[in-house]
Design a binder for this molecule. Structure first.
Ligand code: BGC
Length: 764
């Protein structure tokens, strides 16, 4: 049905239009009955429906309907599986249609800057490429049911401490390369119906009134077509927000801010056309939902629970395994730790789901008749040692063939609203793991956490299985993986450092409450650990399997990549083990041109492939100029110098199997203005100025060569005798200093040269 939205707007009063730009209540937009505009509902998100029909809140405290809790983003990102993201999104989209929800508030795509961020469990990755691709697929899935998404929290919202006011201070380059691309990719590939702006400031300006963010970048550069809503309560100056491109205020201010909009339009300080634009963007999305309802949609909680189990089996990451896994059916096993009975499977806050049912590993094992005994060992909700429980755990471990310890972070440690203080598991758990390891070599640690933890006992564990916050089907999924019904195939979407202090944001997290400086710049996650050649516990992309894969036949393009074309890279991957499995093939690129300040390598492709034993598949990747580029602040654009780039293919960021080189040629010219501060080295590095300055240098050398006796010695003394030192000094010499050494005549020539070089460069 085609709606004439402009006509509807022309029939709205000023008050109705202002009213349309804020919520009626916590979860509804406003209706205008006489014009056929209904009050549509939005709901959290992202990994299940938190539809509140009674008391409303945005902290996950009040009741919501029974729904299915899927694995949180920390887990789903580890699947490295875009199809899984699509399927999960699609399932959620159907649930929304069945529950009459027009927008699902997700995905949350903020970058994991520090392992301490309380909301890391809801976020995808430390890597913007992975986060962007996974978010796109999720959005496409949800929106395939004509339900909108709200990609959040835009932008640079990477901590919970003072999240509502703190200013994230960062360079344009870090913003563009690390913190924006996940949003950018998803906007360009999947057009989320809405984007949710964050609470925080960016370099001193609130996201909700930041025109650069909400209009210049989001709409003008990336082509976003939907509407921008606030995070709940994120409005600062409402009128400035309208001008900046903020459309909808949630949950609304009871009409207070609407009145300001009305007043400023009336007194002429706010252009009514800007208000009309906002209303038009909101109504387009409202009607795209209203006019595309799906009466056939059902919310089948049982069927979706089974999907939650299946998804989680694809997400869990096998971190270590000396061969103890998969467990043999019939082996005498003890499960230790209360998470075996009461798994931690979701985080706290606005994403909290009232789960339709929750499966535990223990009840699953019992229902399958496995030879499993159970000792509580430690509680699921606090750090409390218990000597009797410890003794029972040790005895049971001794009496068994293997001990599976279900460890994790209690709910209170990890939630929206605050950050973690450290990266540790509760002491009672660490102690128990160490003690059990001393009496039973076959210990398997199963982890339930939303963000990396320190694992001082890692070398003593025979196997470690990271389930993350795996959703309500986590227990069944754990069972399937432990006993080899499913082969683990997750890979880490984040680095596990050995200790918190190794993390690049350590000295600047979470800031002083007013400002947080992203001083590490682009060196986030593996970009930092790689550059520092720093040992980590588990690297980005790491993940084991019950089978093995072998890479061969890397085929690189013979043609040169340029600013406009794209090239293909293919590689063969073979399952050389005995069990079917899924491998995540990862492609990284590396700049070989000596460009300053570039990461050692960056992820630019990944693909998950299913392989039967002995089977080989060819995986294809496409590379474009953007994949090789960094954000050049001077140019105000993406840039890669012409030259050579290495393509690295591997199983993890620290397990590269094959490498090869490709060539790139760009037509982009970097801006270059010559003045007194320009150094000889800079001039020699630029193709336009190099010949002129090279000639000048040669003339000077010849002049020095013709010097005799004391005069020549004097110059040599002044400049140093080593050729390398001489060269280094000359390259670092600004033109103004050269002029002051060389006397009036040369100074005048240099002045003249500056003018002609700028002319040659096309500078005005
Ligand atoms: C969160 C959002 C959430 C909103 C509504 C806020 O506190 O930051 O992610 O969508 O509440 O519950």
């Amino acid at each position: 049905m085609e709606r004439d939205i402009k006509k509807i707007i022309s029939e709205m009063t000023l008050e109705e239009k202002a009213g349309m730009c804020s919520g009626e209540d916590f979860w509804h937009l406003k209706k205008v009955e006489r014009l056929g505009i209904p009050a549509v509902m939005v709901s959290d998100g992202p990994h299940g429906l938190r539809k509140q029909t009674g008391e409303a809140d945005h902290l996950g405290m009040g009741e919501s309907i029974k729904a299915v809790c899927f694995p949180a983003a920390c887990a789903t990102a580890s699947s490295f599986d875009t199809e899984l993201m699509y399927e999960m999104g699609k399932t959620l989209g159907e649930e929304c249609q069945a529950e009459d929800l027009s927008i699902l508030l997700g995905p949350a795509v903020n970058i994991k800057r520090s392992p301490l961020c309380g909301r890391n469990f809801e976020y995808l990755s430390e890597d913007p490429y992975l986060a962007g691709k996974m978010a796109s697929s999720y959005i496409k899935g949800v929106q395939s049911w004509d339900v909108g998404t709200s990609m959040k929290h835009y932008a640079a919202n990477n901590q919970e401490y003072n999240r509502m006011s703190c200013s994230s201070n960062l360079s344009e380059r870090a913003f563009r390369e690390i913190y924006l691309p996940a949003f950018e990719t998803a906007v360009k590939e999947a057009q989320p119906k809405t984007v949710m702006c964050s609470y925080n400031k960016i370099n001193g300006e609130y996201a909700s009134e930041n025109k650069y963010l909400l209009t210049d970048i989001l709409r003008d550069e990336w082509g976003f077509e939907g509407y921008v809503m606030t995070d709940w309560g994120a409005v600062a100056d409402r009128v400035k927000g309208i001008v900046a491109g903020l459309d909808l205020e949630m949950p609304g201010s009871g009409g207070f801010n609407d009145a300001k909009i009305v007043a400023t339009v009336k007194d002429g300080s706010l252009d009514e056309a800007l208000l009309d634009n906002a209303v038009e963007r909101i109504l387009k999305v409202v009607f795209s939902y209203v006019d595309n309802r799906h009466p056939e949609a059902v919310f089948d909680r049982d069927a979706d629970h089974e999907k939650a189990v299946k998804f989680e089996t694809e997400c869990a990451v096998l971190l270590e395994n000396n061969g103890v896994l998969p467990l043999k059916t019939g082996a005498k096993v003890v499960y230790i730790g209360e998470y075996a009975e009461k798994p931690r499977y979701q985080g706290g806050g606005s994403s909290h789901i009232n789960s339709s049912k929750v499966s535990s590993a223990l009840e699953t094992a019992k229902s399958k008749g496995r030879a499993v005994s159970y000792v509580k060992g430690f509680p699921f909700d606090k750090d409390e040692e218990n000597e009797e429980e410890l003794a029972a755990a040790l005895q049971a471990a001794k009496d068994s063939d293997a001990a599976v310890i279900f460890a994790g972070l209690p709910d209170v440690i990890e939630s929206e609203g605050y950050d973690r203080k450290d990266m540790k598991l509760p002491d009672c758990q660490n102690k128990l793991i160490e003690a059990v390891a001393n009496v039973q070599p076959n210990i398997i640690v199963v982890l339930h956490n939303g963000s990396p933890i320190e694992t001082p006992w890692a070398d003593k564990a025979a196997a470690i299985l990271e389930m993350y916050l795996g959703g309500q089907g986590v227990g069944e999924a754990t069972d399937k993986l432990l006993y080899g019904e499913v082969n683990p195939s997750g890979h880490l979407a984040e680095t596990f450092p050995l200790r918190l202090e190794d993390n690049p944001s350590y000295l600047n997290f979470p800031g002083d409450g007013i400002n947080v400086d992203y001083a590490e710049g682009i060196y986030v996650g593996y970009r930092y650990y790689d550059a520092r050649k720093m040992p980590v516990r588990w690297a980005f992309g790491h993940g084991l399997s019950y089978t093995e894969y072998k890479y061969s036949n890397l085929k690189l393009p013979t043609e040169i990549l340029d600013d406009n074309n794209c090239v293909k890279v293919t590689v063969d991957v073979k399952n050389i083990g005995q069990m079917a499995g899924k491998e995540v093939v990862q492609l990284y690129v590396s700049d070989k041109n000596g460009t300053a300040g570039r990461p050692v390598k960056e992820l630019k492709g990944f693909s998950k492939v299913e392989l039967q034993p002995g089977e080989t598949k060819t995986v294809e990747f496409t590379l474009t100029a953007r994949d090789l580029s960094f954000y050049h602040e001077g140019l105000g654009d993406w840039y890669a110098p012409s030259g050579t780039y290495v393509v690295l293919i591997g199983h993890a960021s620290d397990e590269i199997a094959l490498t090869g080189e490709i060539s790139f040629k760009t037509d982009k010219q970097l801006p270059f203005f010559v003045n007194g501060a320009t150094t000889i080295g800079e001039l020699l590095a630029h193709p336009v100025t190099a010949p002129v300055v090279g000639q000048m240098m040669q003339n000077m050398q010849e002049a020095m060569g013709s010097m005799q006796g004391e005069e020549a010695e004097g110059v040599a003394d002044a400049l140093g005798t080593g050729a390398e030192m001489m060269e280094a000094m000359m390259k670092g010499m600004p033109l103004k200093s050269l002029a002051s050494f060389a006397g009036a005549e040369v100074a005048a020539q240099i002045d003249q040269m500056i003018q002609s070089l700028n002319q040659a460069l096309g500078n005005k």
